[in-house]
Design a protein around this ligand. Structure first.
Ligand SMILES: [Mg+2]
Length: 236
């Protein structure tokens, strides 16, 4: 079976995202330092985010609501309203941040467009993701752009059905094994993990049971080599 369709993740695969969240998280730790140390604040924020995921979903607005909840809780309600106002300002900064492409994206996409039908599958705030796709200047490279609330097997199955793609000829590439690779392999597809040095704790995955259907790319520019490896496996 030939691999015909390649889908790419957006955040931390095509463009930087986690780097900006990390800067904001440092500001949060500074803000709450009068009440808790950095480790306790980090753990509290992560727990609030985990608990809120099902109601708020992913993205900047969900993150900032969890930050506000955390700041109020760890300060026992003592945090001044002015500081909360500041936090809301951080959300606006995150949403307005210029889109910075990862190294090698533009050239590598040009190269891949000759061999694959390209899709972009990204999750998070609809408005923010639409704006990032537009500002990235990459939209024309893709046959379709899918902005989804979550990346689970049901989501991928829906996308594959809608575009009439057989999972056996489908590859998804991204920085998150949990969201970009594991569900696609579960459906009978293929995955390329493009690791980024920062991974949000809630995206952690040990990669167990995925080895045969997954290749690891050395940065975005390493994608063609990783895809060649999978194509050879798919052909046998
Ligand atoms: Mg990502």
């Amino acid at each position: 079976m030939a691999l015909t369709t390649l889908a790419l993740d957006g955040d931390d695969t095509l463009w930087h995202s986690e780097t900006h969240f990390a800067v904001t998280t440092e500001r949060v730790l500074d803000l709450v330092r009068p009440w808790v140390d950095g480790d306790a604040a980090t753990a509290h924020l992560l727990e609030v985010e985990r608990k809120n995921l099902a109601v708020f979903g992913y993205g900047v607005k969900a993150f900032i609501l969890s930050v506000i909840e955390t700041v109020i809780e760890v300060s026992d309600g003592e945090v001044p309203a002015g500081r909360i106002h500041e936090v809301v300002g951080w959300a606006k900064e995150l949403l307005d941040h210029p889109v910075e492409l990862m190294d090698g994206v533009a050239e590598t996409l040009d190269q891949l467009a000759g061999s694959y039908r390209l899709l972009l599958i990204t999750k998070g705030d609809l408005l923010h993701q639409e704006s990032k796709v537009a500002r990235s200047g990459l939209a024309d490279q893709f046959d379709a752009v899918e902005i989804v609330a979550d990346k689970d097997t049901a989501t991928y199955r829906r996308i594959l059905d809608r575009h009439g793609i057989d999972p056996a000829e489908f590859v998804m590439a991204g920085n998150s094994v949990r969201s970009d690779v594991a569900p696609v392999v579960e459906l009978g597809g293929w995955g390329v993990h493009v690791p980024f040095h920062l991974t949000w704790a809630l995206e952690a995955h040990d990669g167990a049971g995925l080895a045969d259907r997954v290749a690891v790319a050395d940065g975005f520019a390493g994608l063609p080599a990783a895809l060649d490896l999978l194509a050879a496996r798919a052909a046998t």
